[in-house]
Design a protein around this ligand. Structure first.
Ligand SMILES: *[C@@H]1O[C@H](CO)[C@@H](O)[C@H](O)[C@H]1NC(C)=O
Ligand SMILES: *[C@@H]1O[C@H](CO)[C@@H](O)[C@H](O)[C@H]1NC(C)=O
Ligand SMILES: *[C@@H]1O[C@H](CO)[C@@H](O)[C@H](O)[C@H]1NC(C)=O
Ligand SMILES: *[C@@H]1O[C@H](CO)[C@@H](O)[C@H](O)[C@H]1NC(C)=O
Length: 388
């Protein structure tokens, strides 16, 4: 009898285990890797180029274009300006209203994927790229330069509703000069594992270990731009809320990361919030804890004191954490005790100032190792006895 019960209990667990294995296998059907000709090194046939103009819809191997698209080699000059190419020898420039697309096959339905690509403005002040897969689309602002190379890598994510979908990147620019559009290069894809709740943490992905693809050799990190709240975030379930400004996803290989292999650098001051919504019980007390510090990327903090300030909010509570950065990394810990006032509490992180490195690029404090737990209040002994 006892054994039978044990068997009954065991079977579902075995099945659950199998399901996890199958899901993991299915997810790896498409590797975390650059897209086919994602770096545009496979060139169009010469017959389909006029100068830099790409003349055939299918001229660029693995891609389809529409509108005025140029194939730019490194060393190409525009006026006096040399157009840099981030990876390899070639990149693509999208003119006004031009787009480029690629069919992505072998996806697992229901799985979320992140797309990473690099882009640079050429002459216009601000550019906007509309990135679409099926019905999900977001407008990525290609505006502020965060990397000193002039190229920034951006991430975006979608949930696959079919096993084959089309990724479209459309330049919404309306520049007077059609040759002023953004250069794009280095496309990659990565399957995102559904965020799990870790032990002793009500937040998911509190360590930011699950995030967009990063090019192993790239020292620039990957920007996570603001997105519609309904869309899947590359840092899910964290969301980036802002009108146009991003946060930067950084890796331990190139940055000082408080814990694990990744963290988030708040590079856009007060204009951007990093948020996560957590189910809570109104009236119950919670404790939010986090690491805040410097990424060791030469970001020396604001003002003569060189301080970085992170503010965290939850319900009606908030806490400011200051870290004195000398540009070499290190972190401190912040704690916020708060009482929930709703079914759901939005945990918010912001950098309180704009900080610029000596090369003129924006930077800021890093956030990592974020956790939230219920605070159990000790009741008087008598009441405890009564409850028993
Ligand atoms: C290339 O463009 C020039 C100028 O627009 C045009 O005169 C020429 O015929 C084009 N060449 C080809 C092969 O299409
Ligand atoms: C390339 O296309 C642009 C936009 O249509 C045009 O202004 C330019 O003359 C073309 N260049 C060549 C060499 O055809
Ligand atoms: C972006 O593209 C999608 C799909 O084509 C479209 O529905 C959406 O309106 C576009 N967004 C903007 C701002 O143009
Ligand atoms: C909490 O959720 C319940 C049911 O889901 C709803 O009826 C109630 O209005 C919610 N309360 C608050 C404070 O949001």
């Amino acid at each position: 009898m006892g054994r039978e019960i044990e068997m009954v209990l065991r079977i579902p667990r075995t099945l659950a285990f199998l399901a996890v294995c199958l899901a993991a296998r299915a997810t790896s059907a498409i590797p975390d890797a650059p897209l086919p000709n994602g770096n545009f090194e496979e060139a169009p046939d010469k017959s389909q180029l006029n100068g830099t103009n790409v003349t055939g819809r299918h001229a660029i191997p693995h891609w389809e274009i529409s509108g005025f698209v140029e194939y730019i080699g490194s060393g190409h000059k525009q006026g006096d300006m040399l157009l840099p190419v981030p990876e390899g020898a070639y990149a693509v420039r999208l003119g006004n209203d031009a787009s480029i697309q690629q069919r992505l096959a072998g996806l697992t339905r229901g799985t979320a994927y992140s797309i990473t690509f690099c882009a640079a403005r050429t002459c216009a002040q601000a550019e906007q790229l509309n990135v679409t897969v099926a019905t999900e689309s977001d407008v990525l602002p290609i505006q502020t330069v965060y990397a000193s190379s002039g190229w920034d890598c951006y991430s975006w994510a979608f949930k696959a509703r079919r096993s084959a979908v089309t990724l479209v990147v459309h330049n919404l620019g309306v520049d007077e000069d059609p040759a002023c559009g953004p250069l794009i290069d280095s496309f990659a894809i990565k399957a995102l594992h559904p965020p799990q709740r870790a032990k002793n943490n009500m937040l998911k992905n509190g360590d930011f270990e699950e995030g967009p693809y990063m090019f192993p050799g790239s020292p620039w990190g990957v920007l996570v731009p603001p997105m519609d709240e309904d869309d899947y975030s590359p840092l899910s379930p964290w969301m980036i809320l802002s009108s146009t400004k991003s946060v930067k996803y950084v890796d331990a290989a190139h940055y000082k990361v408080p814990r694990g292999t990744h963290a988030v650098e708040l590079v856009s001051g007060l204009e951007t919030a990093l948020v996560q919504d957590v189910p809570t019980v109104p009236g119950r007390q919670y404790r939010l804890q986090f690491a805040a510090g410097a990424a060791g990327d030469g970001c020396a903090g604001d003002g003569c004191a060189g301080s970085m300030v992170v503010q965290a909010y939850a319900a009606r509570g908030s806490v400011k954490v200051t870290y004195q950065s000398r540009g070499k990394g290190g972190f401190t810990r912040g704690v916020l005790d708060f009482t929930a006032i709703a079914n759901q509490t939005r945990v918010v992180f912001e950098s309180m100032s704009y900080i610029m490195k000596t090369d003129g690029t924006l930077c800021g404090p890093v956030i990592d190792d974020v956790s939230m737990v219920t605070v159990h209040i000790r009741r008087p002994a008598r009441r405890l006895l009564q409850n028993v």
